[in-house]
Write a protein that binds this ligand. Structure first.
Ligand SMILES: Cc1cc2nc3c(=O)[nH]c(=O)nc-3n(C[C@H](O)[C@H](O)[C@H](O)COP(=O)(O)OP(=O)(O)OC[C@H]3O[C@@H](n4cnc5c(N)ncnc54)[C@H](O)[C@@H]3O)c2cc1C
Length: 425
C-alpha cells in the first residue's frame, strides 16, 4: 500500500495512517537533547569516520532528518531541531552538509520515496540514499519538454508485471554515477497531459539504458542525455498509482526547489565568504572611487545573503512537518539570482584576471557525484549561469509564486483539457 505524507495536514493518505511525525514522535525532545544525541554519535564513530559510516550512524540514531518518522532516519520532532545536529557536527570539526554526498537523491529522491513508497521501497532505498551508497538522478526533462515537463513524450507500455520504456531524457545530472533514477513517463496518451503520466524508480543498470555525456561551459560534464530502448521496469517500481505521476513529480519538484534554494550555513559562510575574502585581497589595488562603489556592493550582497539565510532558517522553523509547498520557490528564485550577482562581483573584482582560465582547462568528467569544491572563482561564475535554469527557470518560479502563492490569474494554457495525443508538438 502506498502512503502519501502530505505537507499541510501531515497525514498519510491511501491507508490514512496518522501523522508520522507528531503521533509517533518524541515531541518532548529539546535542542539540548538533540545535541547530546549527536555528540554520542560522534563519540561512537569518531569525527573523522568515513562518510558512509558517519551517515549510517546518524540515520540509525534518527538524526538524518529529525522530522522523519522513527526508524526511518528521524525522531518525529519539529524540523527546526535539525540545526542542532548540523551545528554540533560542525562545532566538533567536521565539514557537513546533509545533502552533501548525493544532492539529488537526498534532496529529492528521499522525500519522494518516503512519501509515496511502500514499506519495501523504504527498507530498500531510504538509508542507502542518505549514506550515498546509492546515488540517484532525476529524469524529467526532455529535448522538447523542460519547463513544460508535463507534456513529455517518453512512453511506457504495460506488459504483464513489467513496463516497457522507450524515449529520451536530457540534462540528467549525475546519470553516469547513479544507481537509480526517478523516471517520469507517459503511460496514457489519450487523456490531458497531466493525467497520463506515471512515476517509476529505474535501475540505471537495466539493459536498454544508454547514457551519453553533455559538456557545459565549465568544461565539466555533470549532466547527460539518457536514451531508453525497450527498457523493462517491474510494476513494483511504480511510485503512486498509474496516471498519478504528476502528483508524485510535484513532490520531487517542490523538494528540489527547497534543496537548491535554502542555505543554513553559518553567518557569512559559503560564496559570500569568497567574495569578502577577494575584496580584502584586492581592495588596495582599486582606485578610491571604484573601491568605495565596490565596498557598497559587497556590503549590499552580504546583507542579502544574510537575509536569505535567516529567511531559510525561519521557513524551516515555521514548517510543521512533511513536504514543502509552492512557497519553496521563493528561496530557489532568490538564491539563484543572488548567486549570480555574487559571482559577477567576484569577476569585477578580479578585473582582467577573470578572463583567464586556469592552466589545464579541459573537457573533463568527475567520477564522483559532482563536487565543485575545487572550482576556481571563474568556473564558479560560469557554473552559476545555470542556477536560474536548473530546477525550473526563474520565469517558471515567478509563475508559480504569482499563481499559487499570490493567487494572480494563471498563465495562458492552450492545451488545457485536450488529450495529449491531440496537442501539436
Ligand atoms: C545545470 C543543469 C542541471 C539540470 N539537471 C536536470 C536533471 O538532473 N534532471 C532533469 O530532469 N532536468 C535537469 N535540468 C533541466 C532543467 O530542469 C531545464 O533546463 C529547465 O526546466 C528549463 O527547460 P528547458 O531548458 O527546456 O527550457 P525551455 O522550457 O525551453 O525554456 C526556454 C525559455 O522560455 C521560458 N519559458 C518557458 N515556458 C515559460 C512560461 N510558461 N512562462 C514564462 N517563460 C517561459 C524559460 O524561462 C526559458 O527562459 C538541468 C538543467 C541545468 C541547466
Amino acid at each position: 500500500m502506498c502512503r502519501q505524507f502530505t505537507a499541510s495536514s501531515g497525514r498519510v493518505d491511501g491507508d490514512r495512517v496518522a501523522d508520522p511525525c507528531y503521533e509517533m514522535g518524541m515531541s518532548s525532545l529539546t535542542e539540548a537533547d538533540i545535541e547530546a544525541r549527536t555528540q554520542a554519535v560522534i563519540d561512537d564513530v569518531g569525527i573523522d569516520a568515513r562518510d558512509v559510516d558517519f551517515r549510517s550512524a546518524l540515520w540509525d540514531a534518527g538524526l538524518a532528518f529529525v522530522q522523519y518518522p522513527e526508524g526511518k532516519g528521524g525522531l518525529g520532532v519539529a524540523p527546526a531541531l535539525q540545526v542542532a545536529v548540523e551545528r554540533t557536527i560542525r562545532d566538533a570539526g567536521r565539514s557537513f552538509h546533509p545533502l552533501g554526498v548525493n544532492v539529488i537523491g537526498i534532496g529529492m529522491g528521499l522525500p519522494t520515496v518516503l512519501t509515496y513508497g511502500s514499506d519495501e521501497h523504504h527498507e530498500k532505498h531510504l538509508k542507502r540514499i542518505f549514506t550515498g551508497e546509492d546515488i540517484w538522478c532525476q529524469m524529467f526533462s526532455e529535448p522538447t519538454h523542460g519547463s513544460d515537463v508535463a507534456g513529455l513524450m517518453s512512453r511506457a507500455v504495460r506488459d504483464g508485471d513489467e513496463w516497457v520504456v522507450n524515449g529520451q531524457k536530457v540534462w540528467t545530472s549525475g546519470a553516469h554515477v547513479s544507481r537509480y533514477g526517478m523516471l517520469l513517463v507517459r503511460t496514457d496518451p489519450d487523456v490531458p497531459k497531466h493525467r497520463g503520466l506515471s512515476y517509476f524508480i529505474l535501475d540505471m543498470q537495466s539493459p536498454g539504458v544508454e547514457i551519453r555525456p553533455l559538456y557545459q561551459i565549465t568544461g565539466d560534464a555533470e549532466f547527460n542525455e539518457v536514451f531508453f530502448t525497450d527498457v523493462r521496469i517491474p510494476h513494483a517500481n511504480l511510485l503512486g498509482d498509474v496516471g498519478d505521476g504528476w502528483r508524485v513529480a510535484t513532490t520531487t519538484l517542490m523538494n528540489e526547489r527547497v534543496a537548491l534554494g535554502g542555505s543554513t550555513l553559518p553567518r557569512g559562510a559559503g560564496n559570500i565568504a569568497q567574495l569578502v575574502d577577494l575584496w580584502e585581497k584586492r581592495r588596495d589595488s582599486l582606485a578610491p572611487a571604484a573601491a568605495a562603489l565596490m565596498r557598497d556592493r559587497v556590503t549590499q550582497l552580504w546583507a542579502e545573503a544574510e537575509v536569505g539565510r535567516l529567511t531559510t532558517m525561519r521557513a524551516r522553523a515555521a514548517a510543521a512537518s512533511g513536504n514543502p509547498g509552492p512557497e519553496g520557490s521563493t528561496g530557489k528564485l532568490a538564491s539563484a539570482e543572488l548567486n549570480q550577482r555574487i559571482w559577477n562581483a567576484c569577476m569585477d573584482l578580479m578585473g582582467a584576471d577573470a578572463t583567464m582560465h586556469e592552466p589545464g582547462y579541459s573537457l573533463e568528467r568527475h567520477e564522483g557525484s559532482g563536487s565543485r569544491a575545487d572550482y576556481t572563482l571563474s568556473k564558479q561564475f560560469l557554473r552559476a549561469q545555470a542556477n536560474t535554469i536548473e530546477g525550473g527557470t526563474s520565469d517558471i518560479m515567478r509563475n508559480i509564486l504569482g499563481e499559487r502563492v499570490l493567487g494572480l490569474p494563471g498563465d495562458v494554457r492552450v492545451d488545457k483539457g485536450i488529450p495529449w495525443r491531440d496537442i501539436p508538438t
